[in-house]
Design a binder for this molecule. Sequence first.
Ligand code: PRP
Length: 216
Amino acid sequence: MNDSVITVAMPKGRIFGDACRLLRNAGFELPDTFETTRKLILNLENLPFRFILAKPVDVPTYVEYGAADIGIAGKDVLLESGRDVYEMVDLGISKCHMAVAGLPDHGSNHPYFKIATKYPNIASDFYRRRGEQVDLIALNGSIELAPIVGLADAIVDIVSTGQTLRANGLVEYDRLMDISSRLIVNPVSYRLKKTMIDEIVEKLIRATEGTKVGMD
Ligand code: PRP
């Protein structure tokens, strides 16, 4: 870990645009090429920041191991990964929710036995709390396929616009939790670079004012 530089793990893909807009609003002068480059490590000119562009699901891993000092990660990814990081700011961006969904004719009282999901930990915690026993089928994407082709009775997945559910003729049965992106921090980095990280936290809090959903 370089003591004078802050390494920021950024989530590539869907959240990336929102995260860049927020950082710019917070006063970070990210170059225009930031969103289009294929480079995975980006330095800011004359500023002590280094950005690494990771798959969203891997951001907490980079931060827990100290390969990045701080990162931006969805609450869904944080809950699922259970990584040992400080969650310092609800950034109020990339809002969506976690839901149970399936075909309309199953109804909410149907005992769904097979649940397909990319969130097996969140799903198993949800059903354990409800005292229901289910078989979890872990998938990596296109979860909505599972109930349509008979792989599962329902899915646990994130819903943003609801378009994917609608386009595939699925409906929500239950809403589990609201999701938004969070600023996460490596505990050792926070001790060693507290002043720099606190400054970033303050800038981000100011930039996110008015956009928050409740912290869990
Ligand atoms: C996510 C999620 C849903 C979809 C929800 O998948 O798993 O499939 O987005 O968004 P919507 O409500 O706006 O339609 P993602 O696009 O990340 O891709 P994946 O299927 O490969 O996981």
